[in-house]
Ligand binder design. Structure first.
Ligand code: FDA
Length: 498
C-alpha cells in the first residue's frame, strides 16, 4: 500500500541520518493519538469520524522534512503540514485522501539577534515562544503578529498575521526578510535560491500550496519601554450603537501608534461593545488622542494601564500582566468547537444595519465579532507588494465567531453563522466579497478531489487574494506543476496552455 511504501522509504532515509529519536508515528504507535490530538484547536475535528493520517512525522532536523516530502511524493501519499494546528477548518491535519502529517513542533528553535534587529524562527514555533524569546533579549523590541500565543508561525505568517501593532508596522508577513522552504523536489531553498516570485507568494498566499516552510527570518520592530492599554465596555442601553457608529468613522484614521478595536458580543440578553486599545506611548497622550478624536467614548486614565510591551502581549492573550512570562510558552490554552468567518468593511455600516445585526447576535449568546481597524501602515503598502491583498480602502475587518461546547450542536451553530454572514452581505466589501485566508472558511468554496480548474478555484481564490490570485496560480504552476502540495483550498495549477 501507499503507506507501507512511504514507511519503507522514510525508514531507509532515517537509517542514513543515524537518528535515534522517534520520528515516525504509525497508527499503531502508542504516542500517535496524543500527538495527533494535541494541536487540534477546533474540537469539530476531534472525533472518530474525522479521517486520520496513516502516520505522523515529527522531524527534529530539516533533512527529515526533505525525506518526508520525497517519500510521500514517491509513494503517492498526500501530506498535511502542521505548525500550531489553528487552521479553522482543520486543513493541517485532516484529508479525505490517504495522508501523513508532517508535524513541525520539534522544529521550533528561535534565534534572536538584537544587534541586527532580526530573528530566525523555525516554523514549528508559536507566537508566544517568539514573543517570549524577544523579551528575554530586549524590552524595546517586539514583532507585529497575532494576539493568541498558541498560534503557530508556520500557518500564521504565511497567511498574513496581524495583531495590536500592525497599524504601525504592517502584517507579520510584511516583516519577513528571508525564509527556508522544502520544495516539491525535496530541495531546501532560501530567499535567494527560491527567487522573488515564490518569496512573494509565501507572504500572504499560505504556505501549504508551495512547500514546507522550515523557518522565517523576521525583522524585529522597536517598541517603547512603556505602552498603554485601555478598555471601555458599553451595553446597547448605555449607547454602544452610537459609539460604534462613531468608531467606524475614526478608528482607521487614528495615528498609527494607536490601535483601537471593538469586540461586539451578546450576554444577558443585551449587546455589549468593548473598545479595547493599545497605544505605543504613555497614558496621558493616549487619553488626549481619544479625547480629540472620539470624545463620546469619555476615555479617562482610570480606564487605562501603563505596562511594558510584553505585558501587553499577556493582556491581549487574556492573562494577568503580572503572570510569569513562561506562560507564553504553553502550546495549549483553550480549545472549543467553533465556526468563524471574515469580512472587510469599506463604508461604515448604518444604524439600521447594526440594529438588525444585534437581533441576530442575540440568538446565540456565545457569538461575537471582532472589528479590527485598518489604515496606518496597511494603507501605505500596495495590494500587490505581497500576496496579501487587503490594504488601502478597507476601514476595518470583521471576524465573526461562534463557539459551543457539545458536538451535538454543531449543525445549529454552523447554520447560525451562515445566516449571520448572509445578513451582512449588503454592508461589506463586494465583487469580490473579500475574506482573510487565516480565518479559513470552506463555505467559500473548495477544490475538487482531483485537479481543480482556475475558474473553479477562483470562487474562493478571488475572495482571499483578489487580483493576486492569478499571480499565485502562476507561481504554483512554476514551482509545483504536478500539484503535489494540495488541499481543499490550495492554489491550483494552470492546465497546459492556459
Ligand atoms: P496550522 O498548523 O493549522 O496551519 C494552518 C495552515 O498553514 C494549514 O494549511 C497548514 O498546512 C499550513 N502550514 C502550517 N505550517 C506550515 C509550514 N511550516 N509550511 C507550509 N504550510 C504550513 N490570526 C491573526 O492574524 N491574528 C490573530 O490574532 C489570530 N488569533 C487567533 C486565535 C485563535 C485561538 C485561533 C484558533 C486562530 C487565530 N488566528 C489569528 C488565525 C491564525 O493566524 C490561523 O489559524 C493560522 O493559519 C494558524 O497557523 P498555525 O500554524 O497555528 O495553524
Amino acid at each position: 500500500s501507499n503507506s507501507e511504501s512511504f514507511v519503507q522509504c522514510f525508514s531507509s532515509h532515517l537509517q542514513n541520518s543515524n537518528s535515534s529519536n522517534e520520528i515516525i508515528l504509525p497508527r499503531t504507535s502508542s504516542a500517535y493519538p496524543s500527538v495527533l490530538d494535541f494541536s487540534i484547536q477546533n474540537l469539530r475535528f476531534l472525533n472518530n469520524s474525522t479521517p486520520k493520517p496513516e502516520a505522523i512525522i515529527t522531524p527534529f532536523d530539516e533533512s527529515q522534512v526533505q525525506a518526508a516530502v520525497i517519500c510521500s511524493k514517491k509513494s503517492g501519499i498526500q501530506i498535511r503540514i502542521r505548525s500550531g494546528g489553528h487552521d479553522y477548518e482543520g486543513l493541517s491535519y485532516v484529508s479525505r485522501a490517504p495522508f501523513i502529517i508532517i508535524d513541525l513542533f520539534n522544529l521550533r528553535s528561535i534565534d534572536v539577534d538584537i544587534k541586527n534587529e532580526s530573528a530566525w524562527v523555525k516554523s514549528g514555533a508559536t507566537l508566544g515562544e517568539l514573543y517570549y524569546n524577544i523579551a528575554q533579549k530586549s524590552k524595546v523590541y517586539g514583532f507585529p503578529a497575532g494576539t493568541c500565543p498558541t498560534v503557530g508561525v508556520g500557518g500564521h505568517i504565511s497567511g498574513g498575521g496581524f495583531g495590536t501593532i500592525f497599524r504601525k508596522y504592517g502584517l507579520a508577513s510584511d516583516n519577513v526578510i528571508d525564509a527556508r522552504i522544502v520544495d516539491v523536489n525535496g530541495r531546501i531553498l532560501d530567499r535567494k535560491s527560491m527567487g522573488e516570485e515564490l518569496f512573494w507568494a509565501i507572504r500572504g498566499g499560505g504556505g501549504s500550496s508551495f512547500g514546507v516552510i522550515l523557518a522565517w527570518k523576521l525583522r524585529l520592530v522597536p517598541v517603547p519601554p512603556t505602552v498603554t492599554v485601555c478598555d471601555v465596555t458599553k451595553t446597547k442601553e448605555q449607547g454602544a450603537t452610537k459609539l460604534l457608529l462613531k468608531w467606524q468613522k475614526i478608528a482607521d484614521k487614528l495615528p498609527e501608534d494607536f490601535f483601537l478595536h471593538s469586540v461586539v458580543g451578546s450576554s444577558d440578553n443585551t449587546i455589549t461593545v468593548e473598545f479595547g486599545s493599545l497605544f505605543l506611548g504613555r497614558v496621558d497622550k493616549a487619553v488626549q488622542v481619544i479625547q480629540e478624536n472620539f470624545p463620546e467614548l469619555s476615555l479617562e486614565s482610570s480606564h487605562c494601564s501603563e505596562m511594558s510591551w510584553i505585558q501587553s502581549v499577556l493582556d491581549s492573550a487574556g492573562y494577568s500582566i503580572h503572570e510569569s512570562l513562561e506562560i507564553l510558552l504553553k502550546r495549549r490554552q483553550f480549545s472549543y468547537f467553533f465556526k468563524a468567518k471574515s469580512d472587510f468593511v469599506t463604508e461604515p455600516i448604518s444604524e439600521a444595519g447594526l440594529e438588525g445585526l444585534w437581533h441576530l447576535l442575540l440568538e446565540a449568546n456565545t457569538s461575537f465579532m471582532i472589528l479590527t481597524p485598518y489604515g496606518g501602515k496597511m494603507s501605505e503598502i500596495s495590494d500587490s507588494e505581497t500576496a496579501f491583498p487587503h490594504r488601502k480602502g478597507n476601514k476595518y475587518e470583521i471576524q465573526y465567531m461562534v463557539t459551543w461546547g457539545d458536538g451535538k450542536d454543531t449543525k445549529k451553530y454552523v447554520g447560525f453563522m451562515r445566516r449571520l454572514y448572509a445578513y451582512m452581505a449588503p454592508y461589506v466589501s463586494k465583487s469580490p466579497r473579500a475574506a482573510y485566508l487565516n480565518y479559513r472558511d470552506l463555505d467559500l468554496g473548495r477544490n475538487s478531489y482531483g485537479n481543480t480548474s482556475y475558474a473553479q478555484a477562483s470562487i474562493w481564490g478571488l475572495k482571499y487574494f483578489k487580483n493576486n490570485f492569478r499571480r499565485l496560480v502562476h507561481v504554483k504552476t512554476l514551482v509545483d506543476p504536478g500539484n503535489f502540495f494540495r488541499n481543499e483550498q490550495s492554489i491550483p495549477v494552470f492546465s497546459s496552455g492556459k
